[in-house]
Design a protein around this ligand. Structure first.
Ligand code: ZN
Length: 169
């Protein structure tokens, strides 16, 4: 049997049919809990909608390991790299189509930025496919990896930019 992804597990638990209303009522009868949408105190609530903002409510078991913050930062870091490399490759390609260069360096530049964009896209694919393995890491470790992605992508591009600037003088 295939194991469900963390997000689908989370969705299943949040499904009111799986976490029935009596559990929500029992929890709110003895606990203060804010509406996740409007922050209204739901203690004592007997409905499945927030009385203040009418948002549907459900009881959920979740984990801070599923926090989207570090995972999103890692994805965005690589996506920025892919976007930058893709735009540069496209602009240089358009320039070369308009004015074909008799020498190789501009074509090598396009090949290099296409390769960099593909590396960034491969990293995004890997992150998406390993979402479950990522969730097994403690949140602090996830943030360290996300910051490593951010600074890694930034420093790699800064280094390549510096090398190009020195060689294109
Ligand atoms: Zn509300």
């Amino acid at each position: 049997m295939p194991t469900p992804s963390p997000s689908s597990q989370h969705a299943a638990i949040r499904d009111p049919a799986v976490a029935p209303r009596p559990l929500l009522e029992a929890f709110l009868s003895t606990n203060d809990a804010s509406c996740p949408v409007c922050a209204y105190n739901l203690r004592g609530l007997t409905a499945v909608h927030c009385p203040e903002c009418n948002a549907p409510l459900s009881l959920a078991v979740t984990s801070e390991n599923l926090s989207v913050g570090p995972w999103s930062l890692a994805i965005v870091s690589w996506a920025m790299g892919a976007g930058f490399d893709g735009v540069v490759a496209l602009l240089v390609s358009i320039m070369l189509i308009a004015n074909p260069a008799p020498i190789w360096p501009p074509y090598a530049l396009v090949a290099m930025f296409v390769t960099l964009a593909l590396i960034c896209l491969a990293a995004i694919t890997l992150l998406v496919r390993r979402r479950r393995r990522w969730a097994f890491k403690p949140r602090a470790t996830q943030w360290r990896w996300a910051l490593a992605c951010l600074f890694g992508v930034f420093l790699a591009h800064a280094a390549i930019g510096a090398i190009l600037a020195l060689n294109l003088k």
